[in-house]
Design a protein around this ligand. Structure first.
Ligand SMILES: CNc1ncnc2c1ncn2[C@@H]1O[C@H](/C=C/CNC(=O)c2cc(-c3ccc(F)cc3)cc(O)c2O)[C@H](F)[C@H]1O
Ligand SMILES: [Mg+2]
Length: 214
């Protein structure tokens, strides 16, 4: 039977990237998705914005909602200081299986914990089961209608602290209007928009950075 797009992305990594070299894995995925098959990675236009925010925060505990093939997982993990942890949530087992292999190819498996399951079940388990006090950084890139409910869930579970940075992908395309309205109007957040382009296209998209004020 025909392979899946994530399987073809993994093959492109195995054929074009050097084991243990995260930069070459990122480049292999971007080349494949720009030249062969589009895929919903944050990409090489928004990616440097993600990099700059992660470097600025230098999080000890980071959370990613929506792993997909692990492209942004690797972009984040490669910048983390030693001893820090990135937890990434993915409820599609086929995507999780591919992401595990791509993260391992990049040599970043020791910094990343890929948790298979829905965010709504895993977020309430973060303190007890995963030993998380609070997150320093959260990257939202899962189903767009879940950005707002999951942000509220993170608040309710006491997983955000004064200064936690939320960075949301796709706030223009496909768009996350309810989330944007919330973080831009809530007195608990200081928000700003980084204009960019939808991955591998000329279409406008951007990232919204929101600092939780406690
Ligand atoms: C809801 N709770 C979840 N828990 C765990 N894993 C989850 C959960 N929800 C989804 N997942 C998991 O997170 C991923 C979902 C990513 C969704 N991303 C997009 O739709 C998305 C779409 C476009 C796009 C733009 C223009 C166009 F013409 C077509 C597409 C661009 C983007 O950058 C995107 O990120 C994964 F697939 C799903 O299993
Ligand atoms: Mg996205």
């Amino acid at each position: 039977t025909r392979s899946t797009r994530p399987q073809r992305i993994l093959k492109a990594v195995q054929n074009n990237a050097t084991r243990g070299d995260a930069e070459s894995v990122i480049a292999a995925i971007d080349n494949f998705c720009r030249k062969k098959e589009w895929a919903m990675n944050v990409g090489d236009d928004k990616g440097p914005i993600l990099d700059s925010v992660v470097s600025e925060v230098s999080p000890s505990f980071a959370l990613e909602l929506g792993t997909y093939c692990g492209y942004s997982t690797i972009r984040i993990a490669r910048l983390l200081p030693p001893g820090s942890r990135l937890l990434t949530l993915e409820f599609n087992p086929d995507y999780a299986a591919i992401a595990h292999q791509i993260i391992a190819w990049a040599g970043l498996q020791d910094k990343v914990e890929l948790l298979e399951g829905p965010s709504r079940d895993l977020i309430p388990q973060m303190k007890e089961r995963f030993g998380i006090k609070s997150f320093d950084f959260v990257f939202l890139d899962h189903w767009k209608e879940f950005y707002l409910p999951d942000t509220k869930l993170l608040e309710e579970c006491g997983l955000l602290r004064k200064g936690t940075v939320l960075l949301a992908d796709n706030v223009i395309c496909p768009g996350t209007p309810k989330y944007l309205e919330y973080v831009r109007n809530s007195p608990c957040y200081e928000s700003c928009y980084f204009k960019s382009h939808l991955e591998y296209t000329k279409v406008e998209d951007g990232l919204e950075k929101s600092v939780f004020l406690g």
